[in-house]
Design a protein around this ligand. Structure first.
Ligand SMILES: CC(C)(COP(=O)(O)OP(=O)(O)OC[C@H]1O[C@@H](n2cnc3c(N)ncnc32)[C@H](O)[C@@H]1OP(=O)(O)O)[C@@H](O)C(=O)NCCC(=O)NCCS
Length: 187
């Protein structure tokens, strides 16, 4: 049974962290379509994406949020998991307490510009606090202004460092040389 966590003025809402297989199937298609776009140009098999999303859902430390439209069809998602899964990044940063690494934000093209990503980010931060995380870290390309804007300007995160980086998504795909910025915030 879905219990909605938040709703915005455009009737998009956040669903809980346990999508059923129909929702995961839809999210996998959205993911594959999104990262086939420029600048990524990646090719993902939605069935493989669905398995990976299920794997994330099964991690005991993961927070998985999806956004739904007025008909309860998934339009986007965001995931986070413990920074312990990112030991190299942990070693480079002065972090305290339990830290959440926030990853993979995507919204279907037809729903963009309606505050869905803003709602997912706000929901992720609220959920992280509820799950006992003290800080959160986000890594994003300098070519992706929305993530930077949301975490820096809406949620008071700061830039920890910036560097040249070979971008990778959670799934096996073409690597993308980029310049990334790593953001950190207290929760
Ligand atoms: C990036 C993405 C998640 C944004 O989703 P969205 O639902 O359209 O975003 P929102 O409508 O919530 O807008 C969020 C904020 O970013 C701003 N924004 C939106 N597009 C922008 C752009 N191209 N440049 C700068 N700011 C932008 C909005 O004005 C809003 O800010 P505000 O609330 O202060 O006005 C979506 O475009 C997407 O899935 N893109 C492809 C995948 C991607 O880039 N993922 C992130 C990195 S992996």
């Amino acid at each position: 049974m879905l219990r909605f966590l938040a709703e915005n003025a455009m009737s998009y809402k956040l669903g809980p962290a346990h999508p059923g297989s129909k929702e995961l199937e839809r999210l996998a298609v959205i993911y594959a379509e999104t990262f086939a776009e420029s600048p990524w140009g990646e090719r993902h098999d939605p069935r493989q994406v669905q398995k990976t999303l299920q794997h994330i859902l099964d991690m005991p430390d993961a927070i998985f949020l999806m956004a739904l439209d007025a008909d309860s069809i998934p339009v986007g998602a965001m995931v986070g998991f413990s920074m312990d899964r990112k030991p190299e990044l942990c070693a480079r940063m002065m972090l305290r307490g339990r830290v959440l690494f926030i990853d993979e934000l995507f919204v279907v093209a037809s729903a963009r510009g309606n505050g869905v990503a803003a709602m997912l980010v706000a929901g992720m931060i609220s959920s992280a606090k509820i799950h006992g995380f003290h800080q959160a870290v986000v890594s994003t390309s300098i070519h992706e202004p929305v993530v930077r804007h949301l975490f820096l300007d809406h949620h008071g995160f700061t830039v920890a460092f910036e560097e040249d980086y070979i971008g990778r998504h959670l799934l096996p795909a073409a690597v993308l040389p980029t310049r990334r910025v790593v953001l950190v915030g207290s929760l």
